[in-house]
Design a protein around this ligand. Structure first.
Ligand SMILES: C[S@@+](CC[C@H](N)C(=O)[O-])C[C@H]1O[C@@H](n2cnc3c(N)ncnc32)[C@H](O)[C@@H]1O
Length: 348
């Protein structure tokens, strides 16, 4: 891992400020261009000051960790103006359809369209939905191109900073180990955003990403092209195509809240099955009710504004008990703004 120079750090801090402002502007525009869904907002929402203090607290912590050399961000480029413009216009152009689905409460468009195809892809029914009301759900290249932007609008440009908090337990585990002998699996790798962070920090670490979307994996493949020792596999998290006790590290970011109860249980059991005894399972996902009471009302609001059919069940699920039932023990929990990072190990 190459330490960042003071210039790199300065550059990163300015870039993060720009990101935050950029995505906040888009969140504002999205609100202005959307018809109100609720007549009145539910009580108990955090005030702006509390929300932004928490957001900036995470960004400050992220900056300090970078300065302390806990992890690096190697991307020193600024996005090209053309790309900035293209992503922004794509996001804004899609708002109309998102709005329409939101007003109709329609998250089943993907399923209806897939039913009409001559060779329906083998996907569970729950998967074929317009999660977040996004166009094509997980099932198109356009959706894969838009996804990271949409999530950053939701989290004010802090999504990577939240994901990066999972680099800390990964770093703790890898210290003193030969990277070439460690095997990391990222379950529901999506567009490969977290795997990119991992490879920036540990280029020699062999990593595998699985996801059920061939289009998201295609995007991940493009983004991860600069690195070797990367394997991407189309697979259902409920039935991982790897032997028992075969992975030293298993990570999964923002998957569990997208799954119905039974699928979530099977996915956790599968992650536990493929993890080696003494290995680490690191889960990053939305906060759950009670994790940070000032944000509880926000967690209740989220599925009212976005198509998140399993979120309400997720926020009240006892993940620690679920993991324990599969032979995992909790080592640590950390909160990072709207996310939490849970680290488990598997007993012998
Ligand atoms: C919210 S995205 C998270 C993606 C990525 N981990 C990230 O940090 O942005 C959820 C991802 O889970 C994938 N997914 C949903 N259900 C799945 C399943 N049963 N098996 C594998 N992947 C699944 C979707 O295709 C999508 O890429």
């Amino acid at each position: 891992m190459q330490p960042m120079t003071p210039v790199d750090r300065w550059f990163h801090a300015r870039k993060q400020e720009g990101r935050t402002a950029w995505y906040l502007v888009h969140a504002f525009l999205a609100r202005q261009l959307s018809a109100p869904v609720l007549e009145t907002m539910p009580p108990g929402l955090p005030n702006r000051e509390a929300y932004f203090n928490d957001l900036f607290g995470l960004l400050e912590r992220d900056r300090r960790q970078i300065e302390a050399g806990r992890y690096v961000i190697s991307d020193k480029r600024l996005p090209r103006p053309y790309d900035i413009f293209r992503r922004s216009t794509r996001f804004l152009a899609d708002l109309g359809m998102i709005n329409l689905r939101r007003m109709r409460g329609d998250g089943s468009e993907v399923y209806r369209l897939q039913k009409q195809t001559t060779v329906p892809p083998k996907r569970p029914r729950y998967y074929l939905q317009n999660f977040h009301y996004q166009t094509d759900g997980w099932m198109s290249g356009d959706s894969a191109e838009l996804y990271d932007f949409q999530v950053d609008v939701l989290f004010a440009g802090a999504t990577d900073a939240m994901r990066r908090q999972a680099l800390l337990p990964i770093g703790d585990f890898l210290r003193g180990r030969r990277l070439g002998h460690v095997d990391l699996l990222d379950v529901a790798a999506g567009t490969g955003r977290f795997l990119q962070s991992i490879k920036e920090n540990y280029p020699r670490l062999p990593v595998t990403g699985v996801d059920l979307s061939s289009e998201y994996l295609a995007k991940a493949r493009r983004e991860l092209r600069p690195w070797s020792w990367v394997r991407l596999v189309l697979s259902n998290a409920e039935c991982l195509p790897f032997p028992e006790d075969s992975k030293d590290l298993v990570t999964s970011v923002y998957l569990l809240h997208e799954l119905p109860k039974k699928a979530r249980e099977r996915a956790i059991a599968e992650m536990a099955r493929v993890l080696k005894p003494g290995g680490r399972l690191i889960l990053v996902d939305s906060l759950q009710t009670g994790d940070h009471p000032p944000f509880d009302a926000l967690l209740a609001l989220f599925p009212m504004l976005y198509h998140e059919p399993y979120y309400s069940d997720y926020v009240s699920t006892d993940l620690i008990a679920l993991a324990k039932a599969t032979g995992l023990q909790l080592l640590q929990v950390d909160r990072a703004f709207m996310s939490k990072i849970m680290v488990f190990t598997k007993g012998p």
